[in-house]
Design a protein around this ligand. Sequence first.
Ligand code: ADP
Length: 211
Amino acid sequence: SPLRNIYGFTQLLQEDYRGKLDKKADDRFDRIINNVKRMQSLIDDLLTFSRVDSSTRPLGKVKMQQVFNDTRDLLMQSITDSKADVSCDTLPTVIGDRSQMVHLLQNLIGNAIKYHSDQPPKIYLSAIKKGEEWIFSVADNGIGIAPEYHKQIFEIFKRLHTQRQYPGTGIGLAVCRRIVERHNGRIWIESESGKGATFYFTATAMSEADT
Ligand code: ADP
């Protein structure tokens, strides 16, 4: 709320004084507003990060097909804007926290759209069963990541680009890792620079008795 107030008052000041002071003042108002917006995104993302482990919702049956459909609806605007093709295999039911699973896919598919190459984004989600777990993969045809950065991108605030190149807070993949680890799973990436990226994560399969 204090940040919302700063934003509101700065906007009022800007409306009252735009064009009445010099160009430098107009430019500084724009900078303050942009920084406040960025601060708001950082606080929102940090709150999400800190709340992953404190969720009290018990893990239950989660139909990943429905999670995928919900995620695609949430991302519809950026899918349409970027002309992305987002599709999936038939997806299984796993044990998890439904809203955290939506958040996980939203971050991974959102990144696959954001870090696209000069081709329209093509994103494919699939799952294969291995023993007691499902291995999910989110594959894209975007800019890719060189192997030396594969570990650090899952750390909080680690980014490989400037705000000007790609806006972001550097918290999304750290949230993904926390969500996957809360589900006793693992998350990793396979990619080379310029050759797209595939993110993998594991989730516990339903036992035969529960399906
Ligand atoms: P943000 O996108 O806010 O920077 P993330 O934690 O989601 O933060 O991602 C960390 C970094 O990993 C990004 O800055 C980007 O360099 C890289 N990255 C994430 N997803 C992809 C992807 N699908 N393709 C290429 N690079 C990616």
